[in-house]
Design a protein around this ligand. Structure first.
Ligand SMILES: *Cc1c(COP(=O)(O)O)cnc(C)c1O
Length: 388
C-alpha cells in the first residue's frame, strides 16, 4: 500500500539529538529550543515564538491570553480540526461557526461582520492546506471591532500572504510540527506572539503560571506562581529533532511544491472537462504544498474514488467532519448563517498522497487516480439510474 503520508527525515535529526544528549540538558528551553525560537522569529518576523508540545497547546495558550469568560464568543470556520475549537471551549467560550469560501475553503471574510455580536471576543482563522485566508480584509474587520485575530497556521509553516509569513499576521499564530505536517518533530508546535503586549504573560502561562523564564534570564531572583498556566513546553530532544527539520524547511517546501505541481498539471484537463475541481491558490498567496486535494462532484463519487484507490493500493483520505455537525460541536458552538459550502465541500473533498519520496511512484498514483475517477463516475451513474 502506498501510504497517504510518510514523515520526512532530514537525516540530521539523530546527530542533533546526540548533541542534546551530550549537553545533558533535557528539559525545555535549552540550546535547541533557543535555536528553534531564533529560526522561527527570523523566518516569520514574529516578535516572539515559543515552542509548545503541539499546535493544540499553542492554541490553548492563545485562548488563555485572551482572558475569555464563559459565554464569550470566538468566530471560526466549522471546516477545521477540533483543536481550533477545543482551545476556546476549554475556557468556556462558544465557537461561532462561519461558512467557508468555495475557492480556498478558508473562512469567508464576507460573512464575518454578520457573525460579530456583543459577546464576540476574537476571530480565529485557519489557513487550510497552507493557503492564506484573505488576511487584509479580516484584519480590517477585526480592527474595526477591536477584536484580536488568532491564526491557526498549523498547516501554514513556510506559507505567506502578500509576502507576510502566515502565523505572523494576526495578534497570535499557532504552528504544528505534528508528523502529518510539512516540518515535523513527531508531536510539536509553536505559538507566535505578534503583539508584544502578550509576550510576558505567554511565557508565564507556558511555564505553569510561573515567572521561571524571567528567573533564568536573571530578571528576578526567585520564581513563583503568579498566574494560571500549564506545562506547554517540549523537551530538548524534541527541539533538537525539530531544529534538524527547520534547517531543511526551504528544501522540504520546494520538494513538496514539485509534487503538488505534478498533481495540479495532471488534474488540469479533468477540471476543464468538469469532472472535478482543483485547489485554488490566489495570486497573493505563496503556499507550502501542505496538501493536494480534489473536489469531486458528490459524496458518492468520493466514496467510490477512495475505495478504488484503496483497491489499487494507493492511500487517500477525506478530511474534516464539519465541527457544527459533530456531537461536541452542537453542544459547544453555534452557527452563524448557512453552512452550505462547508457541508458540500467536506463531503466531496479527497486528499491525495503527498510526501517527499513519492516522486518515483507518481506515474502509478496518477494512473490509479484516473482509473478511480472513471470507476467513481460509472458507479455514481449506476446509483443514479437505479434510484430513478
Ligand atoms: C494539525 C492541526 C492542528 C493540531 O496540531 P497538533 O500539533 O497535532 O496539535 C490544529 N489545527 C489544524 C488546522 C491542523 O491542521
Amino acid at each position: 500500500m502506498l501510504p497517504f503520508n510518510k514523515p520526512y527525515m532530514s537525516g540530521r535529526e539523530l546527530d542533533l539529538i546526540k548533541e542534546a544528549y551530550a549537553q545533558g540538558h533535557l528539559s525545555g528551553d535549552g540550546m535547541f529550543t533557543k535555536r528553534c525560537h531564533s529560526w522561527l522569529e527570523s523566518h516569520t518576523g514574529s516578535a516572539k515564538s515559543l515552542l509548545t508540545h503541539s499546535c493544540t497547546a499553542a492554541l490553548e495558550i492563545a485562548a488563555l491570553l485572551l482572558d475569555l469568560r464563559p459565554g464569550d464568543e470566538v468566530i471560526m470556520p466549522s471546516f477545521t480540526f477540533v483543536s481550533t475549537a477545543n482551545a476556546f471551549v476549554l475556557r468556556g467560550a462558544v465557537p461561532v461557526f462561519v461558512d467557508i469560501r468555495a475557492d480556498t475553503l478558508n473562512i469567508d471574510e464576507r460573512l464575518l461582520e454578520a457573525a460579530i455580536g456583543p459577546r464576540t471576543k476574537a476571530i480565529c482563522v485557519v489557513h487550510y492546506a497552507g493557503v492564506a485566508c484573505e488576511m487584509d480584509e479580516i484584519m480590517t474587520i477585526a480592527r474595526r471591532h477591536g477584536l484580536p485575530v488568532v491564526e491557526d497556521a498549523a498547516q501554514g509553516v513556510m506559507s505567506s500572504y502578500k509576502g507576510r509569513p502566515l502565523g505572523a499576521i494576526g495578534q497570535l499564530g499557532a504552528f504544528s510540527f505534528h508528523e502529518t505536517k510539512n516540518v515535523i518533530s513527531g508531536e510539536g508546535g509553536a505559538l507566535l506572539i505578534n503583539d508584544a503586549r502578550y509576550i510576558e504573560r505567554a511565557e508565564i502561562i507556558r511555564e505553569k503560571g510561573t515567572d521561571r523564564s524571567r528567573f533564568f534570564r536573571g530578571q528576578v531572583d526567585k520564581y513563583t506562581w503568579i498566574d494560571v498556566g500549564s506545562s506547554y513546553l517540549p523537551g530538548e530532544v524534541v527541539a533538537a529533532f525539530l531544529f534538524a527539520q527547520l534547517e531543511e524547511a526551504e528544501s522540504i517546501t520546494q520538494q513538496r511544491l514539485k509534487i503538488w505541481d505534478t498533481y495540479h498539471c495532471w488534474a488540469e484537463r479533468l477540471e476543464v472537462d468538469d469532472r472535478l475541481r482543483r485547489p485554488v491558490v490566489p495570486a497573493e498567496c505563496q503556499h507550502n504544498a501542505h496538501m493536494y486535494y480534489l473536489l469531486l462532484p458528490s459524496l458518492a463519487h468520493r466514496e467510490h474514488f477512495i475505495a478504488s484507490l484503496k483497491s489499487q493500493e494507493v492511500g487517500a483520505v477525506f478530511h474534516y467532519v464539519p465541527l457544527h455537525s459533530t456531537p461536541q460541536g452542537r453542544r459547544s458552538g453555534r452557527v452563524s448563517g448557512q453552512m452550505d459550502v462547508t457541508d458540500s465541500c467536506s463531503e466531496r473533498l479527497v486528499r491525495l498522497p503527498m510526501w517527499i519520496g513519492i516522486e518515483p511512484h507518481m506515474d502509478r498514483v496518477l494512473a490509479a487516480c484516473e482509473t478511480a475517477l472513471e470507476h467513481a463516475e460509472a458507479a455514481s451513474r449506476m446509483h443514479w439510474s437505479s434510484a430513478t
